[in-house]
Design a protein around this ligand. Structure first.
Ligand code: HEM
Length: 276
């Protein structure tokens, strides 16, 4: 295979498009509130991590559908490490006191993390597809379309079920999926699938830790005040899982899971030898 030609004038700055990247932090406060720059940079960093997570999740879906279990496990490990960084990053925000946040918080209304398209795509592509969130993106046809694509296409769970099907398991119903997973956990011939299930659970678990960490941080910052996105959560309140705006909404989201069947199997498992 021919190696691509190196460009002699390529520099660190031009490769990473640094002038553009570093010109994208526009403060709303004027005169500038000291902590707003870190607030923007932390959020932008998350969106970059979301971008990479989405890229890898799409690749993993392809691996699973093609039966490439080891390649899928390899990349799920990367997802998990990115999540650990995301969880750690919350602490940077927590170096901000609530009074420093209040210097610019009201200028951000009605913008909210709830409007993160990449975050919602990530949930949908991970198998957690909640059509109520389409409402949040009703103002942008392009965003709504992207979310629809994530909703309609294969996701991590459907790709995992396709993989199990290709290995001889029936996966059409939830009961069949539960039985297949229980079989995988108890029959050492399926060690590769067993390992896959465990890294998937870890991916899910780290996401839950982020949700919980973010909810705690939000409580530390704003207590029981309505969130900046209360225009959205307000509309969603009263429907099943949406309890109330702000932090209570976030607390209600901590219990959601990408792969509930992988969590449920732990209740079903009994004792006995497991020889590999
Ligand atoms: C001072 C910092 C932060 C506070 C006080 C805060 C607060 C909140 C609140 C109250 C909500 C619920 C919706 C609303 O009422 O607006 C929310 C949602 C959300 N926030 Fe934050 N947030 C902060 C930082 C971040 C950061 C750094 C991210 C990273 C991307 C983020 C991502 C999200 C996401 C994705 C949601 C939707 C969660 C879901 O629907 O499950 N937030 N945030």
């Amino acid at each position: 295979m021919a190696m691509p030609q190196a460009k002699p004038d390529l520099t660190y700055e031009s490769y990473l498009r640094l002038p553009e990247l570093l010109s994208l932090q526009t403060l709303q406060s004027n005169p500038p509130a000291h902590d707003e720059l870190q607030f923007i940079i932390v959020h932008q960093s998350y969106e970059l991590w979301f971008r990479l997570l989405l890229y890898e999740v799409r690749t993993i879906i392809g691996h699973l559908r093609a039966g490439r279990v080891r390649q899928a496990i390899w990349l799920i490990r990367r997802l998990i490490e990115i999540e650990r960084v995301m969880i750690q990053q919350v602490q940077v925000l927590e170096t901000m006191s609530p009074v420093h946040f209040l210097e610019f918080r009201d200028l951000l209304r009605p913008a909210s993390g709830l409007q993160s398209l990449q975050f919602r795509e990530l949930e949908f592509l991970s198998g957690l597809r909640d059509e109520r969130f389409f409402e949040v993106f009703a103002g942008s046809e392009a965003s709504r379309q992207r979310l629809q694509t994530a909703y309609d296409g294969p996701n991590l769970w459907s790709a995992f079920c396709e993989l199990l099907h290709s290995r001889g398991f029936a996966t059409d119903t939830v009961e069949q999926q539960e039985r297949a997973v229980e079989h995988i956990y108890t029959d050492p011939r399926y060690l590769d699938l067993h390992q896959l299930c465990e890294v998937m659970v870890e991916y899910d678990e780290q996401f839950c830790i982020w949700r919980s960490r973010h909810a705690l941080m939000a409580e530390r910052m704003v207590g029981a005040k309505p969130g900046t996105g209360d225009a959205y959560t307000g509309k969603l309140v009263g429907r099943a899982s949406f309890q109330a705006p702000g932090v209570r909404y976030l607390q209600g989201r901590v219990s959601v899971r990408f792969f509930p069947i992988l969590w449920g199997v732990r209740t079903q498992l009994g004792g006995g030898p497991y020889d590999t």
